[in-house]
Design a protein around this ligand. Structure first.
Ligand code: OFO
Length: 162
């Protein structure tokens, strides 16, 4: 595997860990305002992000690359409202999608078919990641003036399976 690709895959591994950190920080925010269902959903999401980072970990090793773990950026710790938190989550996923797409372009430019094939899973996954964050964001906008709506959504999100 080319050095440049190895370095970029390592950067993405770090971004996936940052995603876990961000969602865990959001979970702490929701715990602090007693919306336990949102907190649960975000804790499950954080675990999913760690599993994404592990896919990069294993792939880099399989290709005889070297995993290099860097510092994980400190995430935001407070939000002014649930809507603001999920707006951030949605925008974050859009940013992650563009990083994945840039990686695909890099793999293509280098005729690295194995990396391109590995990234196909992430291209599809990002469609889902964006859709689910956006769905919650849009629903939160609808219940901005309805505490009942917010509690219903909280209850529903609390049922997310691991
Ligand atoms: Fe790893 O998909 Fe979200 O960030």
């Amino acid at each position: 595997m080319k050095k440049e690709i190895e370095q970029e895959l390592n950067k993405q591994l770090n971004r996936e860990l940052y995603s876990a950190y961000l969602y865990l920080s959001m979970a702490a925010y929701f715990e602090s305002i007693n919306l336990k269902g949102f907190a649960h959903w975000l804790k499950v999401q954080a675990k999913e992000e760690i599993s994404h980072s592990m896919k990069f970990f294993e792939f880099i090793n399989e290709r005889n690359g070297k995993v290099v773990l860097e510092v994980i950026e400190k995430p935001k710790v407070d939000w002014s409202s649930p809507v603001e938190a999920f707006k951030d989550a949605y925008e974050h996923e859009q940013k992650i999608t563009s990083y994945i797409h840039n990686l695909v372009e890099l793999a293509r430019k280098n005729n690295d078919y194995a990396t391109e094939n590995f990234l196909t899973w992430f291209v599809a996954e990002q469609v889902e990641e964006e859709a689910q964050a956006n769905e919650i964001y849009q629903k939160l906008k609808l219940c901005e003036k309805s505490v009942g709506g917010l509690f219903t959504l909280d209850h529903h999100l609390g049922k997310r399976e691991e």
